[in-house]
Design a protein around this ligand. Sequence first.
Ligand code: F6R
Length: 596
Amino acid sequence: MCGIVGYIGEKQAAPILLDGLAKLEYRGYDSAGLAVYKDGAISVQKAVGKLVNLVNKTDGGASLDGTLGIGHTRWATHGKPNETNAHPHTGSRFSLVHNGIIENEAKLRRKYLKDTEFVSETDTEVIVRLLDKFTEGGEDVDVAIMHLIDVLEGSYALAIIDSLDGDRMYAVKNKSPLLIGKGEGFNMIGSDAMAMIAHTEWFYEIHDKEFAIVSRDGVEIFTSYSQKIDREPYKAELDLSDVSKGTYPFFTIKEIEEQPLVIRRVLKEYQDETGELYIPEEILKDLRECDKIYIIACGTSYHAGIVGKYFFENISDKPADSYVASEFVYNTPKLTEKPFFIFISQSGETADSRAVLVKIKKMGYKALTITNVKGSTLSREANHTLLLYAGPEIAVASTKAYTAQVAVLAILAAAVENKIGINLKYELAVVANTMEGLCSDSELYSDLAREYLQNTRNCFYIGRGIDYYVCLEAALKLKEISYIQTEGFAAGELKHGTIALIEEGTPVIAIITQNNIDLNTRSNIDEVNARGAKSLIISMRSVSSHGDQIVVGDVHEMLAPLVSVVPAQYLAYYASYQRGYDVDKPRNLAKSVTVE
Ligand code: F6R
């Protein structure tokens, strides 16, 4: 979603801002803009579409002179993606960029801005007009910001510059992520450490309803009632190489191929000093004491969640269910007496999941967040956190975070109670090796994508049991990056209606890894073949048959999702690549979905 970067220092700000915005492109956006201060005036440039349009318009930032500025990539929520609605928004004195949604904007317009003429359709313009209003009588900017925090309802991360002051910028935050990058002779603001990592690895957190005054040589953080906060910066565990593609054409393929390494890293991070797999006791206590585990997530993380449900029920013999967050929040099922909640989120910032977390906390229940991002909102607000250690996931389509989520869930389930005696340390090592083997077969996946997916409009993934759960993820991957309409289907359910959609040549991909249902899924494949489908089978060696197009090496049946998903990720990647799409940044999508 939207990205923010701000810079104050000795260098020309605009090229640094453009570079920071480029690092945030992965989040998804449809327009971009810059505002730069120079000699008591603010110059603004905006462009719709890719960032390169703004780069060209500003001659790589050379045409915007000044050493203080802010930049933004916007993913439209209020109003169309056009230049007027793009950020920064500028009033008579201030210019600002905003991530989030102001929920009471209509009320604020009525109460404070009745006579104000608005130029854009955005809620953000309300903020900049309010700031103008609150400083109209000569009030200090920090007092006006406190007033702003007092009246704004909703989520906001703001970077603000003032045409009357070339020596500072302001950062304000509530619910949306925002960090301050600490430099030598310069400081930065960013919605994400990646926007700043080329310049600094030291960051200050700002918490909800706090604001910061950021100058060339200092950062001061305050509460909304002006109390100065003494906060130490922290060093980011992020490396510049983590956020570059290296020799890969796209982050998606780099991240698919990092998966063996990610599984090994997860194994290492979850071992204690004796080499045994380890989950902190306080987390296990909450899980053991509850009478049901409620797993809450969205999209791919939800798909990891349903595999997690399977693990809790089949490894720890513990009742569990997985729910789509956006449904759970407004259509909450009847809860058991002692529920415990697990939130799964790569970014840790997903608004739908957070809405559930806020709700269940109000009800007095405890929660664990499983996330890739240390210090993210869902992590901070839950009682416990388990990290994924997948490294930054830049491509919009989640791949390595999914497999890390599934691996962590398996370790967690076995730590709660290992009823089946699975030796996860050994079995996950086998998974990593098998994944590595799969990654050396990319030519096969590329050929199959060309043969089965190049010209099709639609496609089906079918499977049963845990394979069905992987089909849901495989279908999401294919549809989101190749735009082929794809459905993941329970193989046995197909004949109850959906089989009507099978025509001559419709690709149907079956995932078959489980011994107890392989023959059933194969007979469903026979049914679709008889109606003209072009079937492709991804099977695990122990249940494979002659003629299966993709055979994955054997792993413990319970862990099959970790390997069967890999060829499906490759097929999605090649289908998108062969159609000439920007695989990393599919249309309409954002990496971190911070609005409900
Ligand atoms: C799909 C994808 C999304 C996310 C979903 C939740 O490839 O990435 O479906 O899984 O938006 O995001 P997180 O995991 O950050 O909460």
